[in-house]
Design a protein around this ligand. Structure first.
Ligand code: DC
Length: 240
């Protein structure tokens, strides 16, 4: 017998490992919601950057931002957009400067507390693929399915460079590589919720794998877990 219970699926890992692409594809296949928690930290960074008086990392500035924070993911013209206090920050959050600032604000306790709380609310009903750094370790330690997606730093930098190039950013692979290494160091060495695999996470190395191969091996694992939990995850469509 199957039940209507839906799973919580977490995908953690460093920048450029392919988390966003894989998470979106998995969510679509499963008919689940996709939650990009990195975008939430990036939105706080955008709001913090606007504070010219005391600087973006000032504790009272961040506290004020977090207290009044309203984040909403909305579908518009078939695309997911992020509104921060009603302002559309979808494009702004992808600026390279915001990547580094998001990493810095994410080390602050007030920011982690506020965003973790919002993420728990958004994901608690299940039927969601959550992408981030601490989804399986801190925010949803009870998730039924946890992946840690990684790849070599060289491959991750190359992928991120190609993405930025396609968006029209003028940069080099070396510059992207250095910024990525710095961000990895920040995210992995911070005191609160550092980037690391949950003890019960499945480690997936995407260095030599195509996106489709990563998605397939994850789906195989999800199907096995679904059987254990008596859950119907997805029905194969004719086009799949
Ligand atoms: O996944 P991303 O590159 O969009 O994330 C931007 C930054 O946000 C990342 O460098 C660290 C932080 N982050 C975090 O601390 N915890 C998460 N769950 C997601 C992102």
């Amino acid at each position: 017998m199957t039940s209507s219970k839906k799973l919580l699926i977490t995908i953690d890992g460093p920048a450029g490992a392919g988390k966003s692409t894989v998470s979106k594809l998995l969510a679509r296949k499963l008919g689940y919601i996709y939650l990009d928690t990195g975008a939430m930290y990036r939105a706080v960074a955008v709001l913090a950057r606007d504070n010219e008086h005391s600087g973006p990392l000032d504790e009272s500035t961040l506290e004020e931002i977090c207290l009044g924070l309203d984040l909403e993911f909305v579908q518009k013209d078939g695309k997911l957009r992020l509104l921060a206090n009603g302002r559309d920050v979808t494009e702004e959050i992808r600026q390279p400067e915001i990547s580094s600032l998001a990493s810095a604000v994410s080390a602050k306790a007030i920011v982690r507390e506020r965003l973790s709380g919002l993420q728990r609310k958004m994901g608690k009903a299940g039927g969601v693929v959550l992408e981030g750094r601490d989804m399986g370790t801190v925010v949803f330690p009870e998730a039924e399915v946890k992946f840690f997606l990684d790849a070599s730093p060289e491959v991750r930098s190359k992928r991120r460079f190609l993405e930025l190039e396609a968006e029209g950013e003028s940069t080099t692979v070396e510059e992207v590589h250095q910024l990525m290494l710095a961000r990895d160091r920040n995210d992995s060495n911070r005191q609160l919720a550092p980037l690391k695999p949950a003890e019960d996470a499945i480690l997936v190395d995407s260095t030599d794998l195509q996106i489709g191969e990563v998605v397939q091996l994850m789906l195989d694992h999800i199907e096995a877990v679904s059987k254990e939990h008596n859950v119907t995850t997805w029905k194969k469509r004719k086009t799949d």
